[in-house]
Write a protein that binds this ligand. Structure first.
Ligand code: S3P
Length: 450
């Protein structure tokens, strides 16, 4: 089943080289945060380059349900009139976050320190994902959560009437958990302290500072410590959302594995907490360069140039790099299948609780395509077949997971036989223009059964 309708089986086959310019959409993580912090500030926040994928549209709808005025002015252009910290109204109906773990977890955090109750749900993928990792720290503020067994959605969160500030060490490397705690800390008096052992994406911290929150970040022997002073008046902002490195990963990696390709992907956000994939690809021998590096909207940005790279070799990806490329392992596994030798990916246990169990989904699909894949609880190793060497010819199950679908379609662009995905529908959650954008570069897709 697709997230929002009937499944859309689709295949990709090897054609000519990919070439041209790929203008990928806005960053999903930053888009969610821009809407939520806009809703928590007083006055008008203007956003350009917002990702208009289903995940972010679901967050926009949720912000309206909590009382903010959210208006769509034109492509990527939005205005949010916020209600201020502590100003959320109680939603009149269930909040449906669709496929989005980021949406539901950040919104739970943002409402948990207000005296309101909200019930959250999502699609079959989201209803299978653990929410205890956010509701446990939110309980320390005084909130209560009642969900299904295993801390699953649907779940009702009863916000704290008199929230207290919290000190919390995030037990898993998760920017969603860190952000949920920080957003809840906004409406608690005094200092909320969050500690993370491994640095995860820091868009929440950067944006909170931009909105005028008082925030201190200390690097200690035990990791990063973030100290937030509660109950600030957030000042509305103008936010230019950079293009998403996690979406750029697909045209970049497709160009590396499709013979003769040369693709430019301009204006990509290269926050160091997000750019691990590109470092890894360069270490593997990819012909990938950063052009015109600059800063936009408080985030480092550059144009990425990727060319066919027949000399890529498998490497061991350092486990400590995992948080900075956590969403990119599925497409890295595809690149690894076209490299020479073994690519080992340790320290990736979190992939088991993403939109799908991404280790299992990639291992099953790549094996069906003719690659050798080994896996353990928190690791995966892919033995490559060399450039053009993956047989393909399989149908891969995507489990309502956009990144699994896009990864196998990219595999099909370079494999000897077409690769089919059982449902391309979820791609709309993060990269709604994936199909026409890749087609403009030269990719050839077919809607199976159409
Ligand atoms: C995200 C954090 C990551 C990532 C997700 C987006 C965010 O999830 O996988 O796609 O915007 O904070 P975790 O917090 O579960 O690692």
């Amino acid at each position: 089943m697709s997230a929002h309708g009937d499944p859309i089986p689709m295949s990709a086959r090897r054609a000519g080289p990919l070439s041209g310019v790929a203008e990928v959409p806005g960053d999903k993580s930053i888009s969610h945060r821009a809407l939520i912090l806009g809703a928590l500030s007083v006055g008008e926040t203007r956003i350009t380059g917002l990702l208009e994928g289903q995940d972010v549209l679901d967050t926009a709808r949720a912000m309206r349900a909590f009382g903010a005025d959210v208006a769509h002015l034109g492509p990527g252009e939005w205005v949010v009139n916020g209600v201020g910290v502590g100003g959320f109204a109680e939603p009149a109906d269930v909040i449906d976050c669709g496929n989005s773990g980021t949406g539901v977890r950040l919104i739970m955090g943002a409402m948990a320190s207000s005296p309101i109750t909200a019930t959250f749900t999502g699609d079959a993928s989201l209803r299978a994902r653990p929410m205890g990792r956010v509701t446990e720290p939110l309980a320390l503020f005084g909130a209560a959560a009642y969900g299904r067994a295993g801390g699953r959605l649907p779940m009702t969160v009863v916000g704290a009437v008199e929230p207290v500030p919290v000190r919390y060490a995030v037990p898993v490397p998760s920017a969603q958990v860190k952000s949920a705690v920080l957003l809840a800390g906004l409406n608690a008096p005094g200092e909320t302290v969050v500690k993370e052992r491994e640095p995860t994406r820091d868009h929440t911290e950067r944006m909170l500072a931009g909105f005028g929150a008082s925030l201190r970040i200390e690097q200690t022997d035990e990791g990063r410590v973030i100290v937030l002073t509660g109950q600030p008046e957030l000042r509305p902002q103008s936010i230019a959302v950079p293009r998403d490195p996690s979406s750029a990963a697909f045209p970049v990696c497709a160009a590396l594995i499709v013979e003769g390709s040369d693709v430019l992907v301009p204006g990509i956000g290269l926050n160091p907490t997000r750019a691990g994939l590109f470092t890894t690809l360069i270490e593997m021998g990819a012909d990938l360069s950063y052009e015109n590096p600059r800063e936009e909207g408080g985030e480092p940005v550059a144009d990425l140039r990727a060319r066919f790279s027949p000399a890529m070799k498998g490497i061991e990806v350092p486990a400590e790099r995992a948080p900075s490329m956590i969403d990119e392992y599925p497409i890295l596994a595809v690149v690894a299948a076209f490299a020479e030798g073994v690519t080992r990916m340790p320290g990736i246990g979190e992939l088991r609780v993403k939109e799908s169990d991404r280790i299992a989904a990639m291992a099953a699909g790549l094996r069906a395509c003719g690659a050798m894949v080994e896996e353990g609880a928190d690791w995966m190793a892919v033995t490559g077949r060399g450039p053009g060497g993956l047989p393909g010819g399989a149908t891969c199950a995507t489990h309502l997971d956009h990144r699994i679908a896009m990864s196998f379609l990219c595999a099909g662009m370079a494999a000897q036989h077409p690769v089919t995905v059982d449902d391309a529908g979820p791609i709309a959650t993060s990269f709604p223009v994936f199909e026409p954008l890749m087609e403009r570069l030269g990719a050839v897709f077919a809607r199976v059964g159409a």
